[in-house]
Design a protein around this ligand. Structure first.
Ligand SMILES: [Zn+2]
Length: 428
């Protein structure tokens, strides 16, 4: 991708020189060690577009590594022809070009790749690609072994800072859930008060380990429209399942008063710990999920109540751009995060970066987050696309004489690095 504005090339080159804060990633470990060329093509999020352009049965064939390439290629070719122009496909194209020297996808391409598949379990390779991507630091949402967080022995992938993975702590439905969450503390919890105390101790332990934010992606399974139930309503649910370890509260209505109550309690803990809260909004990974429950506007009541909590709203709330801009403009405790969105829909982001510049304080925009599980080859491509999107948007605005080139560079620096560095107190 390239912009056709007069200042595009200079701005794009500038963006390349700016180190980027990766606001969101899931790299639990360095990897993968690719074993199959088709795996390289459909890895990461492109898997969803290929699925959307084919069928469950076709995906079964593509993922059966025991079948020869020649047998699977016609299935891949049919899907590729239908989905080779999405943002996710752009990631695959760039990976093929940069790491395998291939500019077209054919059976011969796959056969040439076979013996040259990347081994990303090699830390030096992994780190080298991060270096090339000029990714300075990464905020990791990795659902860790909490015992290792608390005793300080949890290993992180290169350049990582920990996020506190929140959903498990408020989605409890049974006695077993409660004891499983609290096992790392070695406590047996018997009441809601004890549960809240224990959660606080776990979050404090994360902060002592170096966690820089909370992170919640409950929108995958529940509405972001959190109610504000009474303690008695929440405690009734908690006590009901605690008094008989064989009980399980029903989803979604049976668990909701407790889930909502705990979420509010955790927001107060985030305030007390002075840690921001990253929240998944908009599009969800995979296919076949309900978007209505995930749009950021559902958070309005939560944002208005918890004014001392800093919310970082994710994924540009794709595809609800207007609501996203509104929340960023209207609430001092909201920042807008474009993690993942740059490849979900590059053109959406190019347009939204422009609109954000003209409507939302530019100090409230976080421009990049990889959002992969390992796959640093794809993170490299993603960072390229994010820089393209920002350069295209800002160069257009310079051409419109909305701001001058030096100001555009300042904004680019803020969006790629400064804003997130300050917001997450990264101290870079
Ligand atoms: Zn994510």
């Amino acid at each position: 991708m390239r912009g056709n504005s007069r200042t595009y090339d200079e701005l794009r080159a500038y963006c390349e020189s700016v180190p980027v804060v990766d606001c969101h990633d899931h790299s639990v470990a360095c990897g993968p060690k690719y074993e199959d060329p088709i795996q390289v093509v459909i890895a990461g999020y492109f898997h969803s577009d290929v699925h959307s352009a084919s069928s469950d049965a076709d995906m079964g064939i593509l993922e059966d590594h025991s079948k020869p390439l020649a047998e699977r290629w016609p299935v891949l070719e049919r899907a590729w022809k239908r989905t080779c122009h999405t943002g996710y496909a752009q990631v695959t194209r760039r990976v093929l070009k940069r790491f395998y020297g291939e500019s077209e996808l054919t059976l011969a391409t796959l056969e040439r790749m076979q013996d040259r598949l990347l081994d990303l379990t090699d830390i030096a390779t992994f780190e080298g690609i991060l270096e090339e991507a000029n990714i300075a630091v990464r905020i990791l949402d990795i659902w860790p072994d909490v015992k290792k967080v608390l005793d300080g022995t949890l290993p992180l992938t290169p350049r990582g800072r920990l996020a506190i993975s929140l959903p498990d702590y408020h989605s409890i439905r049974s006695y077993g859930d409660v004891q499983q969450r609290m096992a790392p503390l070695g406590r047996t919890v018997t009441s809601l008060d004890e549960y809240l105390d224990a959660c606080r101790a776990i979050f404090e332990g994360h902060k002592a380990f170096g966690a820089v934010t909370f992170k919640d992606q409950s929108a995958y399974s529940r509405s972001l429209d959190y109610g504000n139930p009474t303690r008695a309503e929440a405690e009734a649910v908690f006590n009901w399942f605690m008094e008989d370890p064989r009980r399980s509260a029903s989803y979604p209505d049976g668990t909701r008063p407790l889930d909502d109550f705990l979420f509010h309690a955790f927001m107060r803990m985030a305030r007390d710990l002075d840690l921001p809260v990253q929240i998944h909004t908009g599009h969800m990974a995979g296919i076949r999920n309900d978007i209505v429950k995930a749009t950021a506007i559902g958070l309005t009541k939560l944002i208005e109540l918890h004014r001392d909590v800093r919310f970082d709203l994710f994924h540009a709330n794709w595809p609800y751009s207007g609501e996203f801009l509104y929340l960023g403009k209207n609430y001092p405790n909201v920042t807008l995060d474009f993690c993942w969105a740059n490849i979900i829909d590059p053109v959406y982001c190019q347009n939204l970066f422009k609109q954000a510049l003209s409507s939302v304080p530019h100090g409230k925009i976080h421009g990049y987050g990889s959002d992969f599980f390992g796959s640093v080859d794809r993170a490299w491509a993603h960072a390229q696309i994010a820089r393209d999107n920002i350069a295209i948007a800002l160069a257009d605005m310079v051409d419109m004489e909305y701001l001058d080139l030096d100001e555009a560079k300042e904004v680019a620096h803020a969006w790629l690095f400064d804003n997130a560095n300050a917001f997450f107190s990264l101290g870079l």
